[in-house]
Every structure is written in structure tokens, then in C-alpha cells.
Design a binder for this molecule. Sequence first.
Ligand SMILES: N[C@@H](CCC(=O)N[C@@H](CS)C(=O)NCC(=O)O)C(=O)O
Length: 216
Amino acid sequence: MPILYSFKRCPYAMRARMALYLSKTVVELREVSLKNKPQSMLEISPKGTVPVLLLDDGSVIDESIEIIEWCIKKKKDIFKDTLNKEQELSAEDAIKLFDEKFKFHLDRYKYATRYEDVDEILHRESCVEILKNMEKKISNKRFFYTNHVNKIDICILPFIRQFRIANPEWFDRQNEFPKVQKWLDSFLKSSILEKIMVSHELWKKDNPAIFFPTNL
Ligand SMILES: N[C@@H](CCC(=O)N[C@@H](CS)C(=O)NCC(=O)O)C(=O)O
């Protein structure tokens, strides 16, 4: 059985767990502390980020997007709806934008004290600009393009969730990106989020194995 090194609140690990859940792939889940990563994880992926997926044949996938791609290859219809080519390309661009730019500003807004000399409000504004851009593209469906989660939803929403958590009252008061707020709300109320956000004890070698997902 594959092994997943994961951290509950990490947006990248969240997207990997969602893809595993949607593809009905059962893994042994190893919850790690980012401050004290297990040696067995660092041995297979020295860069030390989660998620890390160790496959039965010994190969390692340590990029969240590649874990999603592996799940799609394994079970082609993990997303219920098919997007058209234009939507697919636009989704890929948006995912890149969140990984490269939104996350940069999010960290400096949410964890400003960890950085020297950052203006958290300026970084919050940069995030808002990106959200306003998304606002123009979002459909009137439950999720970004359709009524079921797709790749763009599982990749981006964990970041917007974190952005809200930094100051929920402020986020909910904003009126420049109502569709984004609604989109996030659909995610926060979804059963998929509930299924992947179960708390687990930190992994220790001699503890009994934890399997994920437990009830498909
Ligand atoms: N590009 C990687 C990024 C993963 C990543 O940066 N994960 C964070 C946690 S959210 C991490 O493990 N950081 C290492 C650390 O904090 O020591 C992916 O998509 O899997």
C-alpha cells in the first residue's frame, strides 16, 4: 500500500489527499510535524516538503500536482465533469498563479512576524487583486466551473481557505469578490473537506498504521 507523508493544514497536502480520496486510493497516512520531519521521509525526499507519496514499487512523488496527475492516470474520471480545452488551460494558469504568487503574498500576510520588514496589508492587497481577477472568471455553478469539484477547486481553494482564516471577519466583510466568497463557502461546507480534514496523531514508527481514506 502507498504511504503518504502529510500535514493536516498544508494546502498542498490537502489537495493531494483530495485527489487520493476522489480516486479511491487507500494509503497509509503518516501525519508529520514540519518542525521535526521523520528521517524515513527525508531519506526518500530530501527537500523536506509535504506531501510525499511513496508508491508500492519504491518510486516517490513529492510534488502535490504530480500526485494529482498520478491519481488521474490511475482513475481517469476522478472529476465528474469534463472541462473544455479553454477552461483546462485557464485552470492550469490559475493554479500556477496561486502556487507562485498568491502563496508568496499569503505567507507574508498570514505569517508576517516570520519575515523581516514586511507590510502585511500590502501583501493582503496583492492577494485581493488575484481574487478580484478570479471573480471575473468564476461561473454561477457551485464550484469554479461546474457543480462538482474539479482540479482547479482542489488546488486553489485550500489557499483561499487559509487567506480567510488569517482574519475571517475581515474576509467576510469584503464586497469586491462575492463569487469567490461563495465559492469558498461551498468548499467549506463540502463533504470532501470534512473527509480530508480528520485529525491524526503524529506518526511514530511503532504506532499502529492509520489508513486514509477510511470510509469511501
Ligand atoms: N511544491 C510543493 C510545495 C509543498 C510545500 O511547500 N509544503 C510545505 C507545507 S504547506 C512544506 O512542507 N514546507 C516545509 C517546511 O515547512 O519545512 C508541492 O506542491 O508539493
